[in-house]
Design a protein around this ligand. Structure first.
Ligand code: KG4
Ligand code: ZN
Length: 375
């Protein structure tokens, strides 16, 4: 459902937005209070993230039913804690923003319903936020990062390059044709016997490893376009994982995997930088990486070097705002409210919800994944 302009006249839109954000689309129950000033400055007044890792770890991945129940059990307390930590009450809020998709729909419904209840009870505008838009704005949390910018959004369910002109204005330049980069990290980590979540565990194992010892396919290297593919790498790494035994071998394989994923992210991003620079006439050259995989230090450093080499500035959210959190949802909500945008109380929970719907329709090979449409 498209966002709706509020009935209130433009003048009635608060100069300062103080927004409660709610995030329940995967395995974190999160709530945050973010303040956005009229000049665009942002302040995170609180950000609470309750991870469900311990509940899912025995199963080696997220179990949707367990996730939904855990969100129900804790959303109340987490929202109250976010308000308390912000030194705010419901009466101080100018709006409430909840993730409405894409994601595990049972969980999405918990946060969205809670947000609707708050909006109804307190007479506040509701913003039904696209989780990907949250990641897209996350590098603006507390930092001076103007629009537009080129974004690599790289998480457990998504891997795409976007030209971001603002909320509601993201144009996709490339996307994964199979797995997301975080998914590749997680699956390969699993075949190496590492615990869930695999990405951070694989990064730790790779420390001090020799990335050159094992040869892995460098997918799409040199290919035209800005799309990604990780399935061949995943298969090759899983086969190799069956043959390695000692700790040193495992370390070297983890380092090789991290290097191969990083190389592809950098090469595809460099192609997108060329496209973006041409389309923007060499102006507004800002490159941003966001999403869970942006927490990886090797990935971050390699992308920063690529950006600088192509004349782009580089930005990434602080580590705490790379992985899922509600501050980014609150900020996306605040930016929409500042534009006079909000959503009706019957806004649906959407398991799939591409940021650039036209691009997703035009390219059906970019199939839906574990957390919804990767397109
Ligand atoms: O953004 P996020 O918290 O959730 C999604 O929206 O998917 O991203 C989670 C993903 C997981 O696949 C996780 O393994 C990966 O991000 N990740 C990492 C690191 N930290 C999180 N991957 C590699 N290195 C890390 N340090
Ligand atoms: Zn996410």
């Amino acid at each position: 459902m498209p966002p709706q302009r509020r009935n209130a006249p433009e003048a009635a839109i608060a100069d300062v937005q103080t927004v409660l954000g709610l995030e329940t689309s995967c395995d974190e129950t999160a709530a945050a209070v973010v303040r956005r000033h009229a000049d665009g400055r942002t302040q995170v007044l609180s950000s609470i993230v309750a991870s469900q890792i311990a509940q899912h770890a025995p199963y080696g991945g997220v179990v949707p039913e367990i996730a939904a129940r855990a969100h129900v059990e804790s959303i109340d307390a987490i929202a109250a804690e976010a308000l308390r930590a912000a030194g705010a009450g419901y009466g101080d809020l100018t709006g409430v923003a909840a993730t409405a998709g894409p994601g595990l729909v049972g969980g999405v419904m918990v946060g969205l319903s809670f947000g609707k209840a708050v909006a109804l009870a307190r007479g506040l505008p509701l913003v039904a936020v696209n989780h990907l838009e949250g990641h897209a704005v996350s590098a603006r949390l507390g930092a001076d990062l103007p629009y537009p910018f080129l974004l690599l959004l790289v998480s457990g369910g998504h891997c795409q390059l976007l030209d971001v002109a603002g909320v509601g204005a993201c144009r996709r330049l490339g996307s994964t044709m199979d797995d997301a980069a975080g998914e590749a990290f997680d699956k390969i980590a699993k075949s190496l016997g590492l615990p869930y979540p695999g990405g951070p565990a694989l990064e730790r194992l790779a420390e001090g490893g020799d990335p050159e010892r094992f040869v892995l396919p460098r997918m799409l290297l040199g290919h035209k376009g800005c799309d990604f593919s990780f399935s061949g790498l995943k298969t090759a790494a899983a086969r190799l994982a069956e043959t390695v035994a000692g700790e040193a071998d495992r370390r070297d394989l983890a380092a090789a995997v991290q290097a191969a994923i990083t190389a592809q992210l950098a090469e595809r991003s460099e192609r997108a930088m060329a496209v973006y620079a041409r389309e923007h006439g060499g102006r507004d050259l800002r490159f941003v990486v966001a999403g869970g995989v942006a927490a990886n230090r090797t990935v971050r450093a390699r992308l920063e070097a690529a950006a600088r080499a192509h004349g782009f500035s580089f930005a990434a959210p602080p580590l705490a705002y790379c992985t899922d959190n509600a501050a980014m949802i609150a900020l996306a909500g605040a930016e929409r409210l500042a534009l006079g945008l909000s959503d009706p109380l019957d806004a649906p929970a959407r398991p799939r919800w591409p940021l650039d719907a036209a691009a997703a329709l035009a390219n059906p090979t970019h199939a839906a994944g574990r957390k919804g449409a990767k397109a």
